[in-house]
Ligand binder design. Structure first.
Ligand code: GRF
Length: 207
């Protein structure tokens, strides 16, 4: 299976996934490989890490496109060059057109830093602090045209502490993202996670 990861920044989730794939020897076993890492930000720190690991990288700067549609069309070409079975959005900070999303329907995952359906969109940690929730976390979900609303697959939760700042809370959530995102991809690679009629179906354990 070919997995293409899209990033915009630090790429710590991408790193966690790359390290997980290496740890379990998926490439050597012919199970799955990270076929490419694609960034819309030329300076994304994650690109250097991917290159170091000999993963092909591509940069597609959205500022060089006149519309969201033309950027997404070019992005689709770049991603499809690697024949992806799964597209993984890992801190990819662009809203995608529905044409793009439909093209990868059922084979594109995202991680969002909140316990959805709470706190969609940006600034989720700030929103969590302001709302006074005592538990916060992250969600891995399939991507559909509705922002942050595709079928949820796995969620993590962490406590919100009295003296938390956006930074301390974000760091606590991020550590859990690095656990749940590789795990979801593991399920998918091993045929335990499927997309059926707009729903995420997980088959493991005793079922
Ligand atoms: C993560 O919190 C992710 O959920 C959010 O942006 C952050 C990206 O972090 N969408 P990284 O680039 O994976 O380090």
């Amino acid at each position: 299976k070919n997995i293409v990861i899209l990033i915009s920044g630090g790429g710590s989730n991408m790193r966690a996934i790359v390290e997980y794939v290496a740890q379990f020897g998926w490439q050597e076993a012919g199970l799955a490989r990270i076929a490419a890492v694609v960034s819309n930000e030329p300076n994304a720190a994650g690109l250097a890490f991917a290159a170091e690991k000999n993963i092909p990288t591509r940069i597609l700067n959205h500022r060089e496109f006149t519309s969201r549609e033309s950027f997404d069309a070019a992005l689709q070409n770049v991603v499809d060059e690697f024949s992806p079975d799964l597209v993984v959005l890992a801190g990819f900070m662009r809203i995608l057109t529905s044409k793009f999303v439909v093209h990868y329907e059922g084979r594109m995952l995202n991680i969002h830093p909140s316990i959805l359906p709470n706190f969609k969109g940006l600034h989720t940690h700030q929103a969590a602090l302001e709302s006074g929730v005592k538990v916060h976390g992250a969600t891995v979900h399939f991507v559909t045209s509705e922002l942050d609303n595709g079928a949820y697959v796995m969620q993590s939760c962490v406590p919100v502490l009295a003296d938390d700042t956006v930074e301390t809370l974000a760091a606590r959530v991020l550590r859990t993202e690095h656990l749940i995102y590789p795990k979801v991809i593991d399920w998918w690679v091993n045929g335990q996670l499927m997309w059926q009629n707009g729903q995420a179906v997980v088959k493991n354990g005793e079922q």
